[in-house]
Design a protein around this ligand. Structure first.
Ligand SMILES: *Cc1c(COP(=O)(O)O)cnc(C)c1O
Ligand SMILES: [Zn+2]
Length: 407
């Protein structure tokens, strides 16, 4: 049996049975999962496990019964010591890339979606779905397929074609909304509640966010249970950033890692949709972006659900929030590909571009242990970069002509 105990309101502390519930009845605050973690867990408990998926941290995930798990072998992705990228952007000796672009559906969303759908199966929901900026669509659809559950995707119609094709291939019903992500989210929220569909990132959100904690667990384990100095995290809704912080805190609470209070956490957003960065820099409340305009479509959330909690985390962990323009994002994608052999989508380019800015601004010291989260695969959005790549010359298969080109 797992160690989930109850849901607790993040604002007023009210407690609830862990079922199909996501908003506090007293104050409408979000609900977090509280555990009763076994006291005999040690570093070795996890390090010795053969399971090379994020389910190796079962005791720290909100599933009561292991039979509920829907497993498509996501997680335990590489933590690459990025010596060449580090040298390239300013002699960083201890730079690491958490390469989550190699998950089964090619983004980190396999973590939250997999946990939420496992929970949906556990509480016997008849259908699942999500509101998506693109990647969650496929992560939800793939897990739903494996769980034999009908799946309904709500997403803006203008996301990358390849992301639509991928989600449809898993057999999901795709509702292409004419509008923004926030429009799709609003519709999904009402339909999910009225039809009893488990919308993974809305009415299943308390469980959903727990999946992303494993991005902290894996990094800690891969660094031999040392806490890094600085995390760079791409931010859309802000759920992942919060979950990663919660993950490191839980590891500390159960004694697997040391003090986390010196950790620094930075939020990275694209210039065309940076409501959290704006609020951070101007020290104001978050003002939603009406019309996001960025190649980083997976981060195009104008009204970030967890934005206020991201701002709290940045304060708590003395981090900053920084943005990157489309050109800087493309430069980030190319730099990562050329130095480390990792091809990421624009969201990952945002992380790299912001990392570079922080180094240039002297906010990152050369010997700091920095972990930069690369959350999605470049094959998912080639449309965004193809026009900025060298044009191809089509040639006849003639050795002399080709030979002249090889210089
Ligand atoms: C969804 C997504 C993010 C942002 O995650 P949030 O939890 O919404 O902040 C980052 N990168 C990629 C590739 C994504 O798909
Ligand atoms: Zn409450």
């Amino acid at each position: 049996m797992g160690s989930i105990r109850f849901l607790k309101c993040r604002e007023c502390g009210a407690e609830y049975t862990p079922i199909f519930k996501y908003i506090c009845e007293e104050c409408f605050g979000p609900l977090d999962v509280i555990y009763d973690v076994p006291t005999d867990l040690s570093r070795d408990t996890f390090s010795s496990r053969q399971d090379k998926t994020y389910w190796r941290y079962f005791e720290l995930l909100p599933i009561a019964d292991k039979n509920s798990i829907v497993n498509i072998h996501a997680g335990f992705t590489p933590l690459q010591h990025a010596e060449d990228l580090g040298t390239h952007i300013g002699n960083l000796k201890n730079l690491f890339i958490k390469n989550d672009s190699v998950n089964p559906t090619f983004s980190f969303k396999d973590r939250p979606a997999g946990v939420a759908i496992s929970k949906s199966r556990e509480i016997k929901l008849k259908a699942v779905g999500c509101a998506s900026t693109g990647n969650l669509a496929s992560a939800t659809a793939a897990h739903a397929a494996k769980a034999h559950l009908p799946c309904f995707i709500f997403a803006p119609s203008d996301i990358e074609n390849v992301k639509i094709a991928q989600a449809l291939s898993y057999g999901a019903k795709f509702v292409a909304v004419e509008g923004t992500y926030d429009d799709a989210n609003r519709v999904a929220s009402i339909i999910g509640d009225s039809k009893g569909i488990g919308i993974v990132n809305i009415n299943m959100r308390p469980y959903y966010v727990e999946g992303s904690k494993t991005l902290a667990f894996e990094v800690a384990e891969q660094l031999n249970w040392e806490i890094p100095d600085h995390l760079i995290i791409p931010v859309g809704s802000g759920a992942m950033l919060n979950a990663i912080c919660k993950g490191f805190e839980e590891l500390h609470e159960i004694g697997l890692v040391g003090d986390v209070s010196n950790l620094k956490v930075t939020a990275a957003q694209p210039h065309g949709c940076a409501p959290i960065v704006d609020a951070f820099k101007k020290n104001t409340q978050i003002v939603p972006v009406e019309r996001p305009d960025t190649i980083a479509k997976s981060l195009a959330i104008g009204d970030p659900g967890d934005g206020v909690y991201v701002l709290k985390r940045l304060k708590q962990y003395s981090g900053i929030a920084e943005e990157a323009t489309d050109d800087e994002i493309i430069d980030g994608i190319m730099t990562l590909a050329k130095t480390e052999g990792i091809f990421t989508e624009p969201a990952g380019g945002v992380s790299i571009a912001v990392l570079k800015k922080l180094v240039d601004e002297g906010f990152i010291e050369k010997d700091e242990k920095v972990v930069c989260y690369v959350t999605g695969n470049g094959l998912k959005s080639t449309e965004a970069i193809i026009s900025r790549l060298p044009k191809l010359d089509i040639v006849k298969p003639d050795v002399q002509t080709v030979s002249a080109m090889i210089t």
